[in-house]
Design a protein around this ligand. Structure first.
Ligand SMILES: [Zn+2]
Length: 460
């Protein structure tokens, strides 16, 4: 009998330490370090072992000598998933889909597994029984799902035994936290287990060329499965976000070795599964009959995708001493900055006002092109003057109250035009190479905030 070996792991970031510590030296969290048993047995038959002895040692090769074999990607019937993966599933890739429990990760992957034409998919579930999955599958798909096979198993060694016999084209693991490898003795879901299981699956994916999808439950602070280690190990990390009480879900790429990381897919959760949203702007803008003050539309870019989103502000006199500033879906510090700019450069007395800002649709916006729409929305609420619903904005606002240029303004204007807007405000510095008369939409330009408000808002 080998001696039991243990080590200490931070449950937040995966940092390993030989002794217990009160505070993790890597991520700085308190009380996150837990002892885990890591005693390893010799790899036995059935595990996905690296055949080091038979492998030919790699030699240096000139770049020009390396032949590029462009393996065709597997296209799924889900165009949103293809988009976030950078154009389909790459053979031999390990993809992690993270998100809060109950958000619909299993639904998304099961739906794809059921509808993939001509691919044998093995869906390994440690969360639900096969009857439960069957019930869910019947809700999701009218097809019989003849190519989708379910295995309820949590031991990686057993899974690999089945995989070797079955040879699936795609392997789906639901979820990585339920897996257990016999080479590590600590419980399922612990840092060392998650790490070991992911490493075994990575070796399997790379050696067999089979793409593997992992579902990972996210912890409250937003890191996947506690250990950030997992994010470093896999090829692609997709985050499945959204409010579980709202119908819309966002699939966002946060890491991708095979494509851009700024892609975004949108879904609507229906009783029959997830529906792709192909025209996102339509759902992000409230259909309103009459104009309301405090509501403006901004043209933002999410990845390569232009989106029109709604900014809602409510400005009212602070009843308690300190004015409240609250923002949902938009950086609170940036909101404070814009409020200071409006106060100092625009002369709006916002210092004694409560300001609430909300980006409709549950989206988190980082694109600075939304600044002007935010400012306009605040001023509109403060002055209680509603903007016509046919006006939108696309410009950054600087500390001096200047209206700054944004990238790819043509795409933003084109999207606004497509959705039937009649006027868009952009920075004058964006005019280079742009023909404002070439659009059906009226293109207004400004260099300073006051020009926008005199021109569009306050005088109306
Ligand atoms: Zn840590």
């Amino acid at each position: 009998m080998a001696k039991v070996k243990t080590s200490y792991f931070c449950q937040n970031c995966g940092h390993q330490s030989p002794k217990w510590l009160g505070r993790c030296p890597s991520c700085g969290e308190w009380n996150t370090i837990v002892e885990e048993v890591i005693q390893k047995e010799e790899p036995e038959k059935g595990s996905w072992k690296v055949s080091t002895s038979t492998k030919v040692a790699a030699k240096p090769r000139a770049v020009s000598e390396i032949t590029y074999s462009d393996q065709p990607r597997i296209l799924t019937p889900d165009s949103e998933l293809n988009r976030v993966l950078g154009g389909g599933i790459v053979p031999g890739s390990l993809v992690l889909i993270g998100g809060e429990p109950g958000i619909g990760k299993s639904t998304l992957l099961l739906q794809i597994a059921l509808n993939l034409p001509g691919q044998r998919v093995l869906y390994v579930s440690g969360e639900e029984s096969d009857q439960q999955i069957k019930m869910r599958a019947e809700r999701l798909s009218e097809r019989r799902g003849a190519n989708c096979f379910i295995l309820t198993e949590t031991s990686t060694q057993n899974i690999f035994k089945q995989v070797e016999a079955f040879e699936p084209d795609i392997l789906i693991i639901d979820s990585i936290q339920t897996l257990q490898s016999s080479f590590v003795e600590s419980g399922a879901g612990s840092v060392s287990q998650v790490r070991e299981c992911a490493a075994e699956l990575m070796r399997f994916a790379k050696e067999s060329g089979t793409p593997v999808f992992l579902i990972g439950h996210i912890t409250k602070d937003g890191s996947i499965a506690g250990p950030k280690v997992l994010e470093h190990m896999v090829d692609t990390v997709l985050q499945f976000e959204g409010d579980r009480h709202l119908a819309y879900r966002i699939l966002r790429t946060t890491k991708n070795r095979f494509g851009s990381t700024s892609e975004l897919g949108l879904y609507e959760m229906l009783g029959t599964g997830l529906r792709e949203v192909t025209n996102p702007s339509e759902i992000l803008i409230t259909q309103r009959e009459e104009a309301t003050s405090g509501i403006t539309i901004g043209a933002m870019l999410e990845g390569n995708r232009p989106l029109l989103i709604e900014c809602q502000s409510l400005v009212s006199i602070a009843t308690y001493g300190t004015p409240q500033r609250s923002s949902t879906g938009y950086d609170a510090k940036r909101l404070n900055m814009l409020l200071a700019v409006l106060e100092k450069r625009g002369g709006f007395r916002l210092g004694a006002q409560d300001v609430f800002l909300n980006i409709a649709g549950g989206l988190k916006v980082e694109d600075p092109a939304i600044d002007l729409a935010v400012c306009a929305s605040i001023v509109s609420s403060y002055e209680d003057i509603a903007l016509p619903p046919t006006v939108c904005f696309a410009a950054e606002v600087g500390l001096g109250g200047e209206v700054r240029a944004v990238n790819r303004v043509e795409q933003r204007i084109a999207e606004a035009e497509k959705l039937g807007f009649r006027e868009i405000w952009i920075s004058k510095y964006n005019l280079k190479g742009l023909d404002p008369g070439g659009y059906k939409i009226k293109v207004n330009t400004a260099t300073r905030l006051d020009e926008v408000f005199v021109g569009s808002l306050v005088t109306r």
